[in-house]
Design a protein around this ligand. Sequence first.
Ligand code: PLP
Length: 402
Amino acid sequence: MDVRALVYERISGPEPVCLFAYDLVGLRRHVERTVAALPARCSMYYAMKANSAGPVLECLAPLVAGFEVASGGEIEKVRAVSADAPILFGGPAKTPSELALALKSGVTRIHAESVLELYRISAAAVDGGVVVEVALRVNLAGPLPEATLAMAGRPTQFGISEDDLPTAIEAATTLPGLRFAGFHLHSLSNNLSATTHLAMLEVYRDTVLAWERRFGVRVEVLDVGGGIGVDYGRPESRFDWEGFCAGLARWVATLPSHWREIQFECGRYLTAWCGRYVAEVLDVKTNHGVSYALVRGGTHHFRLPSSWAHSHPFTVVPVERWESAAPRPGIRDGVVTVTGELCTPKDVLARDAPVPLLRAGDVLVFEQAGAYGWDISHHDFLSHPHPEQVFMGGRGPDSPGS
Ligand SMILES: *Cc1c(COP(=O)(O)O)cnc(C)c1O
């Protein structure tokens, strides 16, 4: 994808440049490769909360096994691009009407997060005259291998405590309208180490084997969650997916044959690289010895760096044109903190980033903005206009790169 060409095209417009650019060709290539490396019995679902834009879903629908959704709205977005893509419905607090919508929309399986929820799913299934598969999301007692953000092995609102498992399994195997299919264990996020991820799978296998024996249940599906990481500090370094898949194949060979499907539901790892956030520098100034570049845009479009408390890497697209009579402010061979247009000191995209030259009117390109970028941001705080969303290489009308 040629972001520079897009920037130079947009720079002549009446408003400062501010957009998300998505490379659907690169997305397709990356996801095809990722899925192709998986060993037998393993499948890849897309956790669409990472990026639920229609063109992204449309691009991924033929490539992944299905979609992992966590709301009625996400179910509707999937069904808008595919009438029959398999859907796994998770999420920590589902309403009865969402459960009814899920059943009407033909979801493949529901990930149950509590005993009460199993009763609610059962009631919805009986009401709809259907039987629905459930997998129990368990918050493992731990200990689990280290990663940046842990969803289990410690107190969180997610999943069923191992203490409640006897009651939950009893409910899942006896309530009308339910068919117990297996377990769902999504325990970490943004894990960068293939070795850690494989170690976690060892814990999963041993734990689930012990549950099968203890509770006399038969596991058909084990959902091992998402959580494959992206190294934002070093865009060139990647999670060793090939090495992971080699270890995964050895791990799969140790599983009982009736565990017919091992599901991954990745978000970040699939879509992080396909998106770039592009913002024009409106002003450059120094306050109390710190240099700031202030962009058209900010964390209300791209909250990811603020949410992870990191400094997001960017590149500078130099723009020579400067039509104003005012002196053009800039920094040469310095470090800059990049902030946005919001009236809060938390509106920071990058901190103390070295730049050879950065001037008002130049344009910044933040890489790895395709997952948890626009989707997690508080778009209407301060009521600035939204960024343009440009999908390149897709089938829609906004496809300059196709
Ligand atoms: C967010 C989430 C995912 C995706 O996580 P990534 O870290 O983006 O891969 C998968 N499963 C569940 C249940 C989630 O909440």
